[in-house]
Ligand binder design. Sequence first.
Ligand code: SF4
Length: 344
Amino acid sequence: MLFMKTGNLLNWYRANARTLPWRREPRNPYHVLVSEVMLQQTQVDRVVPRFESFIERFPTFEILARASEEEVLEEWSGLGYYRRARMLHSLANVIMERPGGLPRTASELLKLPGIGPYTAAAVASLAFAEAEPVLDGNVMRVGARVLALEVDTRSAEGRHRLEGWIRGLMDGGPPGQVNEALMELGATVCDPGRPGCDRCPLGSGCEAMMRGRQGDFPSPRRRRATESLRWVAACAVTADGEWLVRRVDEGPILRGLWLPPLLEIEEGADPAKAVLRLLPIGTMSSPELGDNVRHNITHRKIDVTPVRVDADRIEPPSDAWRWVDPKNPGLPTSSLFAKLVGAV
Ligand code: SF4
């Protein structure tokens, strides 16, 4: 019976899969790894052009390993979650030094720095045909509905049940295709709010659909609380429109990126006063407040007040500071920079 379901699923996948650059056959393990890392926190539509540009600039592990971290972060600019870029870069170095290069099994891949169970299973199954279930959010939703899973899909029991179901499907077809078909089904048919059950290849065996309870699965889980922060940004600008930026060397977010200096301030604090403490150069005008901008990073909602001052292009005090053209900074930065430029 499960074999029949695998057949339905794979036939559906072959007829309906989107054409994506990392799915070209034969599968290139480097492409699989880069795409899986990019897709972890970014939508497919945004990833496609960035993947192609990344692969064009760094076509192999070897070329990626030889690049500087700054070059890799620059290529990643705007994609967010920059620890992913740093992880890929250091991973490329580890792989170049490792006899045998990239491991072929999930258990060996898991030993590499930065590779978690999800990425290990994706690379091992998609690139090397190992029977390892991949549990991304889309697959969890499909599985939770098919099984009418009452437990949290992220709990040990939930994962165990989902993996067992996927392994059963893998008995009837190539593991990489089963994983990819489930991911595709979750992304394009088994929508969180409006599942397309009438065109679903798993419909005949889906418990949630048969009970008319698709909306009840997956079971709700507790969300991490969102933290609200208030920052001030010191926007020192020359008469030629160049901005003074500083490399972020500390803290859990934005590290390694170049931005106007930023400071967290208390509610009620005067942003204009705070700014003057941030700048290592004298200013030519009084601070002027721009429009607040909103920047979200993981579970943080940050309101940033840009404060503009006119400045002369004097030499900054260290290598951690640079003058840049904001339209073409030529350094790794965050989309926050463009927001600040538009707000002053
Ligand atoms: S039948 Fe409906 S709810 Fe069940 S897996 Fe398919 S799309 Fe999702």
